[in-house]
Design a protein around this ligand. Structure first.
Ligand code: GLY
Ligand code: MN
Ligand code: MN
Length: 463
């Protein structure tokens, strides 16, 4: 059963924002069903914005919210024949009570009803550049209203991006969301533990043909699903050995060999909310000295980033803190020879560290693994800056962290074979990623149910 109060409150907040902006109506569809091949579809996943305001996960649905607070749902009509094949539909009649909306209609009437809802509204808000064909659809409905202006109807005079408004709301998570994110983080952490232990056990047991990346992926999926997760929040990465240096590698069929590391980046989606964890561990449960050296640098970088993840700091502070520690490690290990590259400040200025650390440390996380929300202060003043690629760009100041924001902290080091790079580090790829809920005093790591300390990982894998 859907707890409709949660969604009613969010819809009321949208209505207040519309009112504050001078009135109007917001409309948004859920996601379409997507064909996979011939008559098979991909597993259905609702649209995150739509779900955020309704808790409703059937396809073929639309929501409108008026500045007055009135909400209207369009959904698939009851249809015995279709329900026998595809499952029960809520239907408009039951939707009013189940979802707490003011009125509900069959989606089959939308081309007739939506123009009526748009009539005499000052403005229309809908998601820009998100749903294919939506702009054309809205144009068609507005044209129907315009056709009646000589009869005295008023047509909305402006269009606004509804995402802008919803992104700000979604960026700060409420208690309901935090509870689910915590649970999703716990389940995913358990899955990482299971995968680590399976890897070591299979190698200890002399599994014929060796453990493969897909064996560990299967353990992850098993653990996600048995705890009620609907599906993974994104395609799982299980990367044996050198595959870890391919940032968007997927779980494949490479063998996990004793002496190699394995990098797993995987998280479940639970009740519409993501989790996002990376752990890197020795396939057989024991780090080599070279692996351990780099691992401890990445871990120190993560701790440095965690230490500055708190309300009042900026989104870029964890990245800056992690990058300095990583650079220091690159200089100390000879990945970047000091004689050529100088000190930490010099490497920051030259950007030479990007050979081994080429991604950012954080992204927002929530309903979407790379969640919505501005990364800069919405009211900040833009100034000219030099970006990571040395280009002159206009940028607002980085976002100030607030309690309730959730971001990942995921530093890494990726060492591809290259001239001048110490051979002992070749093909080592390490990332450590946790999900952090910003609090007033610091942050709560939602995903530490799986250890990060190298000794603790080794102990866990012996168990
Ligand atoms: N798994 C996607 C990411 O870490 O950003
Ligand atoms: Mn991530
Ligand atoms: Mn990840």
């Amino acid at each position: 059963m859907i707890n409709s109060r949660i969604y009613e409150k969010r819809r009321a907040a949208v209505a207040r924002s519309l009112k504050a902006a001078g009135g109007g109506i917001a409309l948004l569809p859920t996601a379409p069903e997507v064909a996979r091949n011939r008559d098979s579809d991909f597993p259905y996943r609702h649209d995150s914005y739509f779900y955020y305001l309704t808790g409703f996960s059937e396809p073929g649905a639309w929501l409108t919210i008026e500045a007055s607070g009135k909400s209207t749902l369009f959904c698939r009509p009851k249809d015995l024949e279709r329900e026998i094949w595809d499952g029960i539909r809520l239907g408009p009649k039951a939707a009013v009570t189940a979802l707490g909306v003011d009125q509900a209609f069959s989606v089959e009437t939308i081309d007739k009803t939506m123009p009526q809802l748009l009539e005499n509204q000052r403005a229309v808000w809908f998601p820009f550049a998100t749903h294919k064909g939506l702009e054309t659809q809205v144009d068609g409905w507005l044209n129907q209203v315009r056709a009646k202006v000589r009869q005295g109807a008023e047509c909305p005079g402006s269009q606004h991006d509804l995402c802008k408004l919803l992104d700000e709301m979604r960026l700060v998570k409420d208690k309901h969301e935090i509870d689910i994110l915590r649970r999703a983080g716990q389940i995913s952490a358990g899955a990482h533990v299971r995968a680590m232990q399976t890897s070591a056990a299979m190698l200890r047991g002399g599994f014929k043909g060796g453990p493969r990346e897909y064996h560990l992926e299967a353990e992850l999926l098993h653990e996600f699903r048995r705890h009620g997760s609907e599906y993974p929040a994104y395609t799982s990465i299980v990367a044996a050995g050198a595959n870890a240096c391919v940032l968007h590698y997927r779980a494949g069929d490479a063998e996990l060999k004793a002496g190699d590391l394995c990098l797993i980046d995987a998280g479940c989606e639970l009740g519409g909310y993501a989790s996002d964890i990376t752990r890197t561990f020795p396939a057989n449960g024991q780090f080599t000295p070279a692996q351990r050296t780099l691992y401890d640098i990445v871990l120190a970088a993560q701790y440095a980033a965690v230490a500055v993840t708190k309300a009042g700091k900026r989104f870029t502070d964890p990245h800056d803190a992690a990058t300095r520690v990583l650079i220091d490690g690159m200089l100390e290990t000879g990945l970047l020879p000091k004689a050529k590259h100088g000190k930490v400040e010099d490497v920051l200025a030259s950007g030479a560290y990007r050979q081994f650390y080429m991604h950012r440390t954080s992204h927002w996380m929530g309903m979407d693994v790379h969640d919505c929300g501005d990364y800069t202060e919405p009211t900040g003043k833009a100034t000219r800056q030099t970006d990571a690629l040395g280009q002159d760009v206009l940028r607002k100041p980085s976002r100030i962290l607030q309690p309730g924001m959730v971001l990942t902290i995921e530093p890494g080091l990726y060492v591809r074979p290259a001239k001048g790079v110490p051979k002992e580090f070749w093909n080592i790829g390490i990332r450590i990623e946790d999900d952090a809920l910003v609090t007033a005093k610091g942050c709560e790591l939602l995903t530490r149910g799986v250890p990060v300390d190298a000794d603790e990982i080794e102990a866990l894998m012996r168990g």
